[in-house]
Design a binder for this molecule. Structure first.
Ligand code: LLP
Length: 427
């Protein structure tokens, strides 16, 4: 069991979280369960049994190096969205042949790195294709590419996390494919090995994956007719998780059931889950600073804030909130907020919770994906530490940002531009 309650206390596997909170200096901090991470990968691996398929973990969801190493050891590949993610994936030990580099604005130095290492690159636009071609020319090396198609499918999610609709900034419209194929025919260094699409994130209705598989299967057949030897179909990530704890979220098995029979047998399926791998394997552990009310409105103020976890503020996302220890005060409807000087700073709204004592431990569940990864040091709230539990062992897998980190990065150590001198030699 990963996160569970026993006698009023939150446990992460064999560790009582309150004991950990009392031991470490940091607050808030992120806490991960290795067992949950393994279970999530196993659920995908089981669902994929009998298919030629690859789980390509979306590093953007959580790029902690220790977690990446665990995922690599579980035979995941890596989906990347920047040159720095590529560097980190190399550090974690992923083989370049197991990486896919995505993005609508890949920069020339990032493409140079991808080509140099032999990473598969997704083509997102006309200019992106030209930049990839230039990178292969500069390096004198070939590269395998996928064409990212914009499937124009409405995934019924928050507009900020929908990526595969006509008005999205990602991918190529199906009507433009002939142009890309003609261009690719003239560039022998680029080897088109498959098509890619990504519908969006937090998807609860697996029917949309079915629709995407049908569309992408048809497009694959068309592209093959033009003589391209396609080997992969990459359907992206996007499976939602049970943030609401309603027990109704689709599982990897539901996702694969929606795809089964819709995929050409001679293609390797790539899927790129992020959230459904790390989301419920992580929680944000905070401390209550105090409780206040403004007339009818009640607030629990914690040291966790939108700087540590921005999803509630940015997407109005729901994360389940509880206490890590017995709390027996009078219940009220609370907004759970942080100390950041902004009304958008909340972790949860209108939650019925008992009134906590100062210093009580509070947990924001399912924060493993896009939690630390999207944290900031806004208001100079320093980015939190991360801890990993594996059985009865806890390891610190990232130290918290320190004031020195922030201050030293801003010391004027060098003068970048010499002052401009006027004609008379005076500055
Ligand atoms: N592949 C591609 C090309 C992607 O753009 C993404 C995520 C994924 C895979 C992984 O999707 P997942 O399985 O994690 O849903 N910050 C937002 C999520 C943005 C996701 C963007 N793309 C959030 O906190 O909900």
């Amino acid at each position: 069991m990963s996160f569970h309650i026993g006698a009023g206390y939150l446990y992460c596997e064999g560790i009582r979280v309150k004991d950990l909170q009392n031991t470490v200096q940091d607050s808030p901090f992120y806490l991960y369960s290795a067992a949950q991470l393994r279970a999530n990968v196993a659920a995908y691996a089981d669902a994929l049994t009998g298919l030629s398929a690859r789980i390509s973990y979306a590093v953007k969801a959580n790029g902690n190096l220790t977690l990446l190493k665990i995922l690599r050891d579980l035979d995941c590949a890596a989906t990347l969205v920047s040159g720095n993610e590529l560097r980190l994936a190399l550090l974690a030990g992923f083989a370049p042949a197991d990486m896919v580099f995505n993005g609508n604005g890949k920069q020339r130095d990032e493409l140079a790195l991808a080509v140099q290492y032999g990473v598969t690159v997704n083509v997102d636009s006309e200019f992106d294709l030209e930049h990839i071609i230039a990178a292969t020319r500069d390096a004198g090396k070939p590269v395998e590419v996928l064409l990212r198609v914009n499937p124009d499918i409405q995934p019924d999610v928050h507009p900020y996390v929908a990526t595969g609709m006509r008005e999205s900034k990602f991918g190529i419209r199906a009507e433009r494919l002939p142009w890309f194929l003609d261009r690719l025919k003239r560039e022998p260094r680029l080897r088109l090995v498959g098509l890619h699409c990504h519908l969006g994130s937090t998807i609860k209705d697996v029917q949309v994956f079915h629709d995407a598989a049908v569309l992408m299967g048809d497009l694959t057949a068309n592209v093959r007719q033009q003589g391209f030897d396609l080997r992969y179909l990459n359907l992206g990530g996007g499976l939602g998780i049970d943030y609401e704890r309603a027990g109704t979220s689709p599982t990897p098995a539901d996702l694969l059931d929606a795809l089964r029979g819709r995929l050409p047998d001679d293609l390797t399926l790539i899927i790129e889950p992020g959230r459904s791998i790390v989301g419920n394997a992580g929680a944000l552990i905070c401390r209550v600073i105090g409780v206040k009310d403004n007339g009818d409105k009640h607030f629990i103020v914690t040291d966790g804030s939108m700087a540590a976890l921005i999803r509630p503020s940015l997407y109005d996302a729901y994360h389940h909130i509880g206490f890590i220890e017995p709390v027996n005060g009078m219940p009220y409807v609370f907004d759970v907020v942080g100390p950041v000087c902004e009304s958008a700073d909340f972790l949860g709204k209108a939650r019925v919770l008992p009134t906590p004592h100062e210093g009580a431990g509070l947990v924001v569940y399912d924060a493993g994906a896009y939690g630390h990864a999207m944290s900031s040091s806004y208001n100079l709230q320093l980015r939190p530490a991360e801890y990993l539990v594996d059985g009865n062992r806890v390891t610190q897998i990232r130290r918290a940002e320190t004031f020195d980190d922030v201050a030293l990065a801003q010391s004027p150590l060098s003068v970048i531009m010499p002052p401009i001198e006027s004609a008379d030699g005076q500055p």
